[in-house]
Design a protein around this ligand. Structure first.
Ligand code: DGL
Length: 267
């Protein structure tokens, strides 16, 4: 069984990619909505929640856990690996490497939560993979909450995004990294802003491939899984919102795998 966690609905973008590449797998998704957003919390608080959710997923029988949240990965993936040595733990990091490698202008931007933006992990990623490429880190306070409340077409918000991006686009940035899994659902709003100047970079498919490799290694790619795959949704608050999100975000392929109503898990 593969567990996927996030502070809320952002990780559904990663879950959809995993479900598509591993159609027969048993999946469980946990949204820590009682503690959202993670992005404006300190590392200790994020780590405490991620350990708790990870332990919950391990108790449900997950042999693999995907931390489908850049913020949680930066603050807590190492602690989670240490706490669950028998579970394969995969994290999600902003796509600095593919963005830098494909940039023609030598300038890229990364949109991230406040926590990820200031993290040493992001700084290291940039040192390792961006080389001579200039990287503008753009913290986006409040964006994840906007997605969480499904305000995806809000014109005022589109204006906020435009104002944030315009200077770096005007300066030549030709790749914009979506450094928070929630922001993938803002692509329809961001595309018109960057059109003709930059491409959005998201890593959901790359994470899903990594998940597939690990699943093969630990024998979780469908051997004991349900014939058509399954999906359990759980949240620490408002689990019903996950079901609504599947509809609004047009994730019908996930809805089709659902094995029951979304559960409330008081952890
Ligand atoms: N989805 C999370 C990420 O990828 C963060 C959202 C939040 O701030 O809770 O960073």
């Amino acid at each position: 069984m593969i567990g996927v966690l996030d502070s809320g609905i952002g990780g559904l973008s990663v879950l959809a990619a995993i479900a598509s590449i591993l159609p027969r797998s048993e999946l469980i998704y946990f949204a820590d909505t009682a503690h959202l957003p993670y992005g404006d919390k300190d590392d200790d608080a994020i780590r405490e929640r991620v350990l708790r959710v990870g332990q919950y997923l391990a108790r449900q029988g997950c042999g693999q856990i995907v931390v489908a949240c850049n913020t949680a990965t930066a603050a807590a993936v190492a602690a989670l690996r240490e706490a669950l040595p028998r579970v394969g733990v995969i994290g999600v990091e902003p796509g600095i490497k593919p963005a830098a490698a494909s940039s023609k202008s030598g300038r890229i931007a990364v949109l991230a939560t406040v926590s990820t933006a200031r993290s040493e992990r992001l700084a290291r990623l940039i040192r390792q993979h961006a080389g001579a490429v200039r990287v503008d880190i753009l913290p986006c306070p409040g964006w994840a909450t906007k997605v969480e409340t499904l305000q995806l077409g809000d014109p005022d918000f589109a204006e906020t995004a435009r104002r944030l991006l315009e200077p770096v686009l005007a300066a030549g940035a030709d790749r914009v990294v979506l450094g928070c899994t929630h922001y993938v659902f803002l692509a329809p709003l961001l595309e018109p802003i960057v059109a003709g100047r930059a491409a959005l970079v998201d890593v959901a498919d790359a994470v899903a491939r990594q998940c597939q490799r690990l699943a093969g290694e630990i024998g979780e790619d469908g051997g004991t899984a349900a014939r058509h795959g399954s999906l359990t949704l759980a949240a620490s608050a408002h689990p019903e919102r996950l079901l609504k999100a599947l509809t609004v975000l047009k994730l019908e392929s996930l809805a089709a795998r659902l094995s029951g109503p979304a559960n409330l898990a008081d952890i």
